[in-house]
Design a protein around this ligand. Structure first.
Ligand code: PTJ
Length: 254
């Protein structure tokens, strides 16, 4: 990190990369997580590396949905633990949500390490580690099918990020509401989720904490109205249109 010059124009982005690399060297980020991160960086350019209006609207619907939920769960993988561990714990606390580790490239060592990190930031309980992941998501064949009977298995709402489309689809089929944070509006996860937040997790989590504080004391009817009026297809369309217009504008400014 000390090798990145203070005045480097892309310093922030390089620092985030360092966190990802450190997590790999610490053994809790999957090597494939490096590729996933690079893909995210590319899509972030296309939205101007800023939280856009379509993401804010999706975040509001997401928070309202989680506040109305009976069993909201935040599902955590390696990349999320590397970039937003503190924010995951904070958001779970404000929303009274459970935290569960759920990995595509599951190893016991990674699960334990991720749970340790979350606990270091104040998580009291982390589900999905070792024997706790004893329930199974039907019709799913990846290691992500193994979940906690106290967490994702009984959840009515699941917040996830950098997710694979298969599990998103399987969770939706189980009748759960899925909220996905994904920079790529074209990914299967983005398309299959009930609420898609097209934004970087490093910006989305702090913003969602802010919104959670704002909406925490709102009445049930107001929260239900936010959820009722939300249309994910419209939001996805807005994000794709934004990218197209943004690129068009950039081409004209050359
Ligand atoms: O930790 P594990 O074992 O569960 O493995 C996790 C990875 C990330 C390796 C796995 O889920 C994976 O391969 O993911 P994908 O299929 O590459 O999907 C990642 C998606 O997240 C892509 O659509 C990226 O554009 C997007 N993405 C990458 N970085 C970010 C992001 N979205 C939001 N914020 C980011 N920082």
């Amino acid at each position: 990190r000390s090798l990145i010059p203070e005045n480097h124009p892309r310093r922030q982005s390089l620092i985030i990369r360092e966190k990802i690399v450190d997590a790999l060297l610490d053994g809790y980020l999957a090597p494939q997580g490096l590729i996933a991160h690079g893909r995210g960086e590319c899509f972030d350019y296309l939205i101007g590396e800023k939280t856009q209006d379509f993401a804010i609207k999706a975040m509001k619907a997401a928070i309202a949905t989680m506040l109305l939920a009976r069993h909201p769960v935040i599902s955590v993988n390696g990349n999320m633990a590397a970039l937003v561990p503190e924010e995951i714990v904070k958001l779970a606390e404000v929303l009274n949500a459970k935290i569960e580790v759920n990995l595509f490239y599951r190893t016991k060592q990674r699960e334990i390490k991720i749970a340790e990190i979350l606990k270091k930031y104040g998580a009291k309980k982390v589900l999905g580690v070792g024997e706790d992941a004893s329930a199974t998501i039907p019709e799913l064949f990846s290691e992500r099918r193994r979940v906690s009977p106290e967490g994702i298995y009984i959840a009515d709402v699941v917040l996830l990020a950098l997710e694979d489309g298969d599990r998103t689809e399987a969770l939706v089929k189980m009748g759960k509401k899925v909220i996905a944070i994904d920079l790529n509006p074209l990914s299967r996860t983005a398309q299959k989720a009930n609420i898609t937040i097209v934004d970087n997790i490093v910006r989305a989590f702090p913003k969602m904490i802010e919104i959670a504080y704002e909406l925490k004391n709102a009445n049930k009817e107001d929260l239900e109205k936010i959820v009722r009026e939300y249309d994910n297809k419209k939001i996805l369309a807005e994000s794709i249109k934004f990218i197209s217009e943004y690129l068009n504008q950039l081409s004209l400014s050359l």
